[in-house]
Design a binder for this molecule. Structure first.
Ligand code: S3P
Length: 449
C-alpha cells in the first residue's frame, strides 16, 4: 500500500518532485526509525579531526550533502579524510597551524556551517590565501556576522556588499584575541570565533544574548582545547595555542531530523513511532518542549550518554494538539525545527504565535515567507510576522503543488503536512532533503500503514 501513496519522479532537469497521495481511507504511521547522524556534530568532527594531530575516528557521520562539502574543503586544506560512510570515517589531521594553501576555490555548497566555521580557521592561519564560495542560496546569506568579529581580531577578508557576501577572499593573518558580545544567538558565529581563537595567542571570549547549541564547546574540550564556559553569563573562552589530538567521535542521530517524525506521529491519527538514537543535548531540545506545550504524546526512553552527548529513543503517539506561543530564549534551541512546528500548529486547535525568530529569514531560504506561502497554498491560515508567524490552527489541508525553494527543511516539512492532507500533494524540488536527510523518502514509505 505504501508504494501507492508516495512516488518520486525525476524531471528531465534532474530535479525531483515527491508526490504524496493520501487515500481517502486515511493512513497511520507505525514502526521504529533510525535517523541519520547529527549535522552540526558531523561538521565539527570532520573539522576538528582535520586540525588535530593524529587520527580521528568518526562513527555515525551524516552522509548528507553538507558534511560532504566540509570533507571536500578540508581535504583541499591538507587533511586526509577516508571515503565517507556511516560505519567509520578516518581523518588524519594536519595539526593546528598547518593548512596547505588550496590551489582552487573552497566550495561550501549549501552549508552555512561549513562556510562560517571554516572562515574562523582560515582567517587565523597566516601566510596563505584562500577563496571560499557556495551555491546560490549560500552566496546570498549574510557573512558579515562572522566577518565583522574576525576583522576586529585583525583578519583580512574581502567580498561583495562591503565584504559580507561570498565569494570571499581571505589573506590569513596572526590574529589578536577579543571579547566579542554577539548581537545574535548563533552557534555558527560563536564557533567561528572560538575556532579563530584556537590559533591565536591569549584568551578569545564570546558572549551570546541566549545560549546556542554547544557542540563546539563539548568537542573542543574532548580534543584537548583549553576552553571554559560560563553558563551564567552565556560566555565561552578559548585560550589559544593548545594542541588538539585526534579522538573517537560517535555521532548521535539528529534531533532536527527526528523532529519530522515526531510531528508526523503526533498529527497523523492512530500513529505510534519510535525514533531511535536521538541526540538530546539540552541546547537542542526546544522542539520537545514546544511539542509538550502543544500537548503532544511524547516520551523519552533509554536515556544515556554517548561520547559526551546525551542520547535517547523517543516515542510519539498521535494526540490532539493545542496551540502555544514560541518566543524568547527557546528560539535558538529549536531554530531549525520551526518549519515543522508550523506544520504541527496548522493541525492544532487555537492560534500559535512564533516570535523572535527573524533569523529564519536568512536560513537556506526565507523560512517565514516560504512556509507561510506554501502552507497557505494547501489551505492553512498562516500570517507572516516580521520575526515569525501567526498560525490559525484547525483548518483542514488539501493537497496541491508546493515548492521547497531548494530548502531541505521546507521540503521535508511539506511532505509531513501532505501526510495529513486530503488528495495529492506534489512537492517540487524535493531532492533538497538530501542536504541533511538522504533517506527521507524511503523512511517515509516504510512507516506508512
Ligand atoms: C548550526 C547552527 C544554527 C543552525 C544550523 C546549524 C551549527 O545556525 O540553524 O542549521 O551547526 O552551528 P545559527 O548558529 O546561525 O543560528
Amino acid at each position: 500500500m505504501s508504494s501507492a501513496v508516495i512516488t518520486l519522479e525525476t524531471q528531465q532537469n534532474a530535479s525531483d518532485h515527491l508526490i504524496i497521495n493520501r487515500p481517502s481511507s486515511g493512513i497511520s504511521l507505525q514502526g521504529s526509525i533510525r535517523i541519520p547522524g547529527d549535522k552540526s556534530i558531523s561538521h565539527r568532527a570532520l573539522m576538528l579531526g582535520a586540525i588535530a594531530e593524529g587520527e580521528t575516528k568518526i562513527t555515525g557521520l551524516l552522509l548528507g550533502e553538507d558534511p560532504r562539502s566540509t570533507a571536500a574543503c578540508f581535504r583541499a586544506l591538507g587533511a586526509e579524510i577516508s571515503e565517507l560512510n556511516t560505519e567509520l570515517v578516518k581523518v588524519k589531521g594536519i595539526g593546528l597551524g598547518n593548512f596547505q594553501e588550496p590551489i582552487d576555490i573552497l566550495n561550501a555548497g549549501n552549508s552555512g556551517t561549513t562556510m562560517r566555521l571554516m572562515l574562523g580557521l582560515l582567517a587565523s592561519h597566516p601566510h596563505r590565501f584562500y577563496t571560499v564560495t557556495g551555491d546560490d542560496s549560500l552566496r546570498s546569506r549574510p557573512m558579515s556576522r562572522v566577518v565583522k568579529p574576525l576583522v576586529e581580531m585583525g583578519a583580512q577578508i574581502w567580498g561583495r556588499k562591503n565584504n559580507s557576501l561570498a565569494p570571499l577572499a581571505i589573506q590569513g593573518q596572526s590574529l589578536k584575541p577579543i571579547h566579542y558580545h554577539s548581537p545574535i544567538a548563533s552557534a555558527q558565529v560563536k564557533s567561528c570565533i572560538l575556532l579563530a581563537g584556537l590559533n591565536t595567542q591569549g584568551d578569545t571570549t564570546v558572549t551570546e544574548p541566549a545560549l546556542s547549541r554547544d557542540h563546539s564547546e563539548r568537542m573542543l574540550k574532548a580534543f584537548g582545547a583549553r576552553i571554559s564556559t560560563d553558563p551564567e553569563t552565556k560566555s565561552v573562552t578559548v585560550t589559544g595555542g593548545a594542541k588538539l589530538y585526534g579522538q573517537s567521535v560517535i555521532v548521535p542521530g539528529d534531533i532536527s531530523s527526528a523532529a519530522f517524525w515526531l510531528v508526523a506521529g503526533a498529527i497523523v491519527p492512530n500513529s505510534n513511532l519510535l525514533v531511535e538514537n536521538v541526540g538530546v543535548n539540552p541546547t537542542r531540545t526546544g522542539i520537545l518542549e514546544a511539542l509538550a506545550m502543544m500537548e503532544a504524546d511524547i516520551q523519552l526512553e533509554n536515556e544515556r550518554e554517548v561520547a559526551g552527548e546525551p542520547v535517547a529513543d523517543i516515542r510519539v503517539r498521535s494526540s490532539a494538539l493545542k496551540s502555544c506561543t514560541i518566543a524568547g530564549d527557546i528560539i535558538p534551541r529549536l531554530i531549525d525545527e520551526i518549519p515543522i512546528l508550523a506544520v504541527a500548529a496548522t493541525f492544532a486547535s487555537g492560534t500559535t504565535i512564533i516570535k523572535d525568530a527573524e533569523e529564519l529569514r536568512v536560513k537556506e531560504s526565507d523560512r517565514i515567507t516560504v512556509m507561510a506561502q506554501q502552507l497557505n497554498k494547501m489551505g492553512a491560515k498562516v500570517n507572516e510576522l516580521p520575526d515569525g508567524m501567526e498560525i490559525i490552527g484547525g483548518t483542514p489541508l488539501t493537497g496541491t503543488e508546493v515548492d521547497s525553494y531548494t530548502d531541505h527543511r521546507i521540503a521535508m516539512s511539506l511532505a509531513i503536512a501532505a501526510l495529513n492532507s486530503t488528495d495529492t500533494t506534489t512537492i517540487q524540488r524535493a531532492e533538497a532533503a538530501a542536504i541533511s536527510y538522504p533517506n527521507f523518502t524511503n523512511t517515509l514509505k516504510e512507516i506508512i500503514r
